[in-house]
Write a protein that binds this ligand. Structure first.
Ligand code: HXC
Length: 257
């Protein structure tokens, strides 16, 4: 394959990406960032692909950014290339994607999962932001996205103590959409991906944009943003098709426009 650190396969309309650095519990070094960026850009650009599932191994989704790679760096080495800034390209993915998490999702691994539109967790999943134990802090969005997901109390506690959160607590706290038995993780994530892939794609991207707007805009602006996108969908063939199909009691046959 064209990638060293990930495995990519297309299963129908779903792109399945598997982190593949087992010797380092899928620690996210610069090569992983480059590979993920390229795979996600290819997914976004391919009209045959409607959803993406990112997963790791049974033991680790990803045990963090690569500590050995960061250890010798100084301020200028981090600041000049805007270390970790490249992950913003992943958060700019327009089409929906799911993180399917088993085992450790720590530091950058937890942060990468939180960039996903939906996290589905195996019952073995363990989320944490232990960077403080290394003398640093989250750097790929953890302090922001964890706080938005679970609220200040748990985010502060987790980032200050490095405590891990298990799958059940993560579901209860709003971090993950659903918890499934570890053996069924990828299959369950694929089912959710297929349900999304079966939806009209323009509306799917609109949903993603407007839900994300809730994290970026004041409510009044977000409501207007939602309504304008909603109005815009009345310019699509899929809106006519969707509403005709409902009246005719049949499934919609989407054009993607
Ligand atoms: C580099 C890592 C790594 C990491 C594990 N490994 N995590 N290498 N970066 N983040 C490597 C180990 O060094 C080891 O390699 C191999 O993977 C297996 O790990 P073990 O520790 O032997 O496994 P185990 O005893 O089962 O413990 C699992 C673990 C532990 C609890 C997940 O590996 C761990 O604590 N990892 C670090 C977790 C962490 O602090 N993550 C946050 C990173 S900082 P060898 O060669 O020894 O066999 C981060 C920063 C984000 O993400 C932004 C701010 C800077």
């Amino acid at each position: 394959s064209e990638y060293n650190t990930i495995l990519v396969e297309q299963r129908g309309a779903i792109t399945l990406v598997k982190l593949n650095r087992p010797q380092a519990l899928n620690a996210l070094n610069r090569e992983v960032e480059k590979d993920i960026r390229a795979a996600f850009a290819a997914y976004d650009a391919d009209p045959s692909q409607r959803c993406l599932v990112l997963t790791g191994s049974e033991k680790a989704f990803a045990a963090g950014a690569d500590i050995k790679e960061m250890q010798p760096q100084g301020f200028a080495e981090m600041y000049l290339p805007d270390w970790f800034g490249g992950w913003e390209h992943v958060s700019a993915t327009r089409k929906p994607w799911i993180a399917a998490v088993a085992g450790y999702a720590l530091g950058g691994g937890c942060e990468l999962a939180m960039i996903a539109d939906i996290i589905i967790a195996a019952d073995t999943a363990k989320f944490g932001q232990p960077e403080i134990k290394l003398g640093v802090t989250p750097g790929i969005g953890g302090s922001q996205r964890l706080t938005l997901a679970v609220g200040k109390a748990k985010a502060m506690e987790m980032c200050l103590t490095g405590r891990m959160m298990g799958a059940e607590e993560a579901e209860r706290s709003g971090l993950v959409a659903k918890v499934v038995p570890a053996a069924d993780l990828v299959e369950e994530a694929m089912k959710t991906a297929e349900a999304i892939a079966a939806m009209p794609p323009v509306a799917a991207i609109a949903v993603k944009e407007m839900v994300n707007a809730a994290f970026e805009m004041p409510l009044a602006q977000g409501l207007r943003f939602e309504r304008r996108l909603f109005h815009g969908l009345f310019g699509t063939e899929d809106q006519k098709e969707g509403m005709n199909a409902f009246a005719e009691k049949r499934p919609g046959n989407w054009k993607g426009r």
